[in-house]
Design a protein around this ligand. Structure first.
Ligand SMILES: Cc1cc2nc3c(=O)[nH]c(=O)nc-3n(C[C@H](O)[C@H](O)[C@H](O)COP(=O)(O)OP(=O)(O)OC[C@H]3O[C@@H](n4cnc5c(N)ncnc54)[C@H](O)[C@@H]3O)c2cc1C
Length: 436
C-alpha cells in the first residue's frame, strides 16, 4: 500500500446516493481539499439481511454504478469498500493524508451510534468529522413545541413545519458544479454484488421521475390501489437518490395533500429521534400489556396472502411479488394482522421490513404502531377496519383484488380465517383488558 501525499477530504456516501443537491458533498467540495468520494458496504447491516436476493442491494449497486459513471467522467473515482465502517475508514487513513471526513446525518439509532464511534475514532487522529442535514427539511429539535418538547400529534407538527418553512430551506446546493474538486485518480473497481455476499435480481436502478401529473391528482387517486396514483418515490427517498428539497419545492404549488405525506415522513423520523424506545416497544407503554395470540399458522397464512379475505391477500401478494404495497392496503393488512388476528405488530413490522423496497425504520414502525393503536397519534384501538367495507370503498370493481387474487371466487380459495364480526368483538375485548 503506498500512501498518497496529497491532503484530501473524504466524502462518505450513505443514504444520499446522488450528486444533485447533496449538502454534505457540496460542503466537502468547497472545503479547499480534493475530495475522495467513498461508499462502504457495511457488514454490520448486510449481515442482518437474510435474503441473498435482496432487491434493495441491486438498487444500491445500480445507484453506485450510476454515480461511478458520472464521477469517472469528472476524472475521479468512487472508492467502494466492503467491511465495517471502522475497518474501512482505518484503511483509508493509512492510505491517504485525510484532513477531514464529510457525511450527511442519519437519524436511526444504529447510525447515530455508528457516527458517534467514528467521530471518536477520527478525533483521536485529529481529523474532524463534519456532518450535515440533507435527508430532511427539519431535523432533531427544529420543529418542537414552544416549551421545547416534541410534538406527538401530526396536525400541530405539520402546521408548525409549514409555518417555519422559508425559501432558504429549499435552496438547492450546487454539488454538480463543483465536481472539479474531486480527487484526480484512475478508476477504482466497483465490487460485484456477489463479492458483497448477494446475488443479482430483476431490480434495476432507474433515476427518479417526479411525475407532476400524479402529484397534482394525488388527492383524488391516492386511495385507489388499482391505479398508479402514487409516486413510487419511497425507495428514492430511502436511499437518497432524490433530493427532499426538490420534492417539497415540487409539492408546494401542486398538492398540499402530497406535501403532507412528505411531512408524515419527517414526523415519524422526529418520533424515532425523540422516542427511540419505539424501536422495540409500544409508543404508549400500556399497549405492551395486550395479550397477543401470536398464532404462527395464522401468521403464515397472512404472510402468504391466504387469509380468505381477498383485499388482505391481494396486498400481501403484491408485497411478496413486487416489494411494494399500496398505502391503503398496507393499512388494511396491518389492521387485519393486529386486530383480526391479534398478532403482535412487531411481527408484521419485521415482515414488511424484510420485503418493502421503500423500507424505512421510522415510517414502518410509526405506521405499524398507528395501525395497532399503540403509537403516537394512532387510530383509536376500537377502530377495526372492515375489509369488505374497505374493498367496497377503495376497490369497488375489484380490479386490484382480481389482479392479485384471480381465484378469489373459486371453491379452492381459502375460507375466511375468522369471521369479521367475531374478530372485531375479540379484538375490542382483548385490547380493553390489555390497556386497562
Ligand atoms: C403498515 C405500514 C407500513 C409502512 N411502511 C413504510 C416504510 O417502511 N417506508 C415508507 O417510506 N413508508 C411506509 N409506509 C407509508 C406509505 O405506505 C408509503 O410511504 C407509501 O405507500 C409509498 O408509496 P409512494 O412512494 O408511491 O408514496 P406517495 O404516496 O407518492 O408519497 C410520497 C412519499 O411520502 C412519504 N409518505 C407517504 N405516506 C406516508 C406515511 N403514511 N408515513 C410516512 N411517510 C409517508 C413516503 O416517503 C412516500 O414515498 C407504511 C404504511 C403502513 C400503513
Amino acid at each position: 500500500m503506498t500512501r498518497t501525499d496529497e491532503p484530501v477530504a473524504l466524502f462518505w456516501f450513505r443514504r444520499d446516493l446522488r450528486l444533485e443537491d447533496n449538502v454534505g458533498l457540496t460542503h466537502a467540495l468547497k472545503s479547499g481539499y480534493s475530495v475522495l468520494p467513498i461508499f462502504i458496504f457495511d457488514k454490520n447491516i448486510l449481515e442482518k439481511l437474510e435474503d441473498r436476493h435482496d432487491r434493495r442491494l441491486s438498487f444500491i449497486h445500480g445507484a453506485l454504478e450510476s454515480l461511478q459513471k458520472r464521477i469517472t467522467a469528472a476524472g475521479s473515482s468512487l472508492r467502494v469498500m466492503h467491511g465495517t465502517p471502522e475497518e474501512a475508514l482505518r484503511r483509508l487513513l493509512a492510505e491517504y493524508d485525510v484532513r477531514a471526513v464529510y457525511a450527511n446525518r442519519d437519524y436511526e439509532p444504529y447510525a447515530v451510534e455508528r457516527d458517534r464511534q467514528i467521530g471518536l475514532m477520527l478525533d483521536k487522529s485529529g481529523i474532524p468529522f463534519r456532518t450535515f442535514k440533507d435527508q430532511v427539511i427539519f431535523e432533531k429539535n427544529e420543529v418542537v413545541k414552544s416549551d421545547g418538547t416534541p410534538y406527538t400529534v401530526f396536525t400541530p407538527y405539520s402546521r408548525v413545519w409549514k409555518k417555519q418553512l422559508i425559501q432558504g430551506d429549499l435552496i438547492v446546493s450546487p454539488t454538480e458544479q463543483l465536481m472539479n474538486n474531486l480527487v484526480k485518480t484512475g478508476p477504482f473497481p466497483l465490487p460485484s454484488l456477489e463479492e458483497t455476499g448477494f446475488a443479482g435480481t430483476d431490480m434495476l436502478f432507474k433515476p427518479p421521475e417526479i411525475d407532476t401529473g400524479i402529484i397534482a391528482d394525488y388527492h383524488k387517486t391516492r386511495n385507489i390501489p388499482s391505479l398508479d396514483g402514487t409516486t413510487r418515490l419511497g425507495i428514492h427517498l430511502r436511499f437518497g437518490t432524490v433530493s427532499i428539497r426538490r420534492l417539497v419545492a415540487a409539492a408546494i404549488p401542486l398538492s398540499e395533500v402530497w406535501l403532507n405525506e412528505l411531512i408524515w415522513r419527517e414526523f415519524f423520523m422526529s418520533i424515532l429521534w425523540h422516542f427511540p424506545h419505539v424501536v422495540d416497544n409500544s409508543f404508549r407503554k400500556k399497549y405492551d400489556n395486550i395479550s397477543w395470540r401470536n398464532n404462527e399458522e395464522e401468521f403464515e397464512r397472512w404472510c402468504k396472502g391466504m387469509t380468505g379475505y381477498p383485499i388482505v391477500d391481494a396486498g400481501m401478494r403484491e408485497l411478496n411479488a413486487t416489494g411494494f404495497m399500496h398505502n391503503r392496503v398496507r393499512m388494511i393488512t396491518a389492521s387485519f394482522l393486529t386486530k383480526h388476528l391479534l398478532t403482535d405488530w412487531r411481527w408484521g413490522e419485521a415482515y414488511f421490513a424484510a420485503r418493502l423496497l421503500d423500507y424505512e425504520l421510522s415510517s414502518n414502525n410509526g405506521n405499524w404502531q398507528w395501525a395497532a393503536g399503540s403509537g403516537c397519534d394512532a387510530a383509536p384501538y376500537f377502530r377495526v377496519f372492515n375489509p369488505a367495507e374497505q374493498t367496497r370503498k377503495f376497490d369497488p370493481d375489484l380490479s386490484y383484488v382480481k389482479r392479485w387474487v384471480p381465484e378469489h371466487e373459486d371453491p379452492g380459495y381459502p375460507r375466511m380465517i375468522i369471521d369479521h364480526a367475531l374478530a372485531r368483538e375479540r379484538a375490542l375485548k382483548t385490547y380493553k383488558e390489555g390497556i386497562r
